[in-house]
Design a protein around this ligand. Structure first.
Ligand code: ZN
Length: 127
């Protein structure tokens, strides 16, 4: 959090999109950026954000459905890359009190488990 009186925490506008923090880009379109998380919680941790301010999935602000579709297209593209390379991908966006930074962002994660560990945890839905 900043001490300069900003009402809302927005790491993406304040740090990433402003260029204050250098990021390793994965995919970039005119309106959407995917990059490797600057403080990753997992071995593969990519963040997808719209380049203009959008509060959240459930509060698109001034953005319309076309921007949401563009964001989700990049989420899909990057998730497919992670899935193809690592065999699994988790896609998350947080809302309300779960959402620390009030700029819509999607986490695309592979947690680094082996294939057998993943199957042990998730592979027994037929029982
Ligand atoms: Zn923002």
């Amino acid at each position: 959090m900043t001490t300069t009186g900003a009402a809302v925490s927005d790491f993406y506008c304040n740090q990433v999109l402003s260029g204050r923090v250098d990021v390793e880009r994965v995919v970039e379109t005119e309106r959407v950026l995917a990059y490797h998380h600057t403080n990753p919680a997992h071995p593969v941790h990519i963040v997808v954000v719209p380049k203009e301010h959008v509060p959240s999935l459930t509060d698109l602000g001034d953005a319309g459905p076309a921007l949401l579709a563009e964001v989700l297209t990049v989420v899909q593209q990057v998730a497919a890359m992670v899935e193809a390379e690592h065999g699994a991908c988790s896609v998350t966006t947080n809302l309300g009190l779960y959402q620390e930074s009030k700029h819509m962002h999607w986490h695309l994660v592979h947690r680094g488990e082996s294939r057998s560990e993943i199957l042990a945890a998730y592979g027994h839905h037929d029982r």
